[in-house]
Design a protein. Structure first.
Length: 148
């Protein structure tokens, strides 16, 4: 009899506690990451733009990444050679590659900043036709135009 009472009390507690526990699990980082991935995939499927521009962007991003990885590998390789051989010439080559990488990253950041600035400026359509005096005279009599 006591076992049945214990199971009954445990069942009632489980009925009250499990929904809140499962709700907390829904807000866990893994669930929010999955929700973000789903919403990103949904936005990507509805993205506005031509497929050619998207393809061009991905190609240019791959090319930029390859250049950065190549520069980084060359820097590490020349630094290792300079340390192993004790050569000052290889050290100067490493420094030159460091300067080249800094310049390339600066160039990429400038291009990105210009691209973002051009997107943020709203495009105002040109005026179709200037107001002519006859249009002002045709205005209803309750409207008064005060020019200074």
């Amino acid at each position: 009899m006591e076992l049945i009472g214990f199971i009954l009390i445990a069942g009632i507690w489980a009925a009250f506690l499990l929904p809140s526990f499962l709700e907390e699990r829904r807000g866990a980082p893994g669930a929010s990451t999955q929700a973000f991935a789903r919403s990103r995939a949904l936005l990507a499927s509805v993205s506005v733009g031509s497929s050619g521009s998207i393809r061009y962007t991905s190609r240019s991003q791959v090319r930029r990444r390859q250049i950065l990885v190549g520069l980084a590998a060359a820097i590490v390789l020349t630094l290792l050679v300079a340390v192993v051989t004790g050569s000052v010439l290889w050290l100067w080559i490493t420094i030159a590659l460091d300067v080249a990488m800094a310049g390339y990253v600066t160039l990429l950041l400038m291009v990105k900043q210009q691209r973002l600035a051009s997107r943020s400026v709203p495009r105002v359509p040109p005026a179709t036709a200037p107001l002519v005096a006859s249009e002002v005279e045709d205005a209803p009599p309750t409207v008064r135009v005060i020019a200074g």
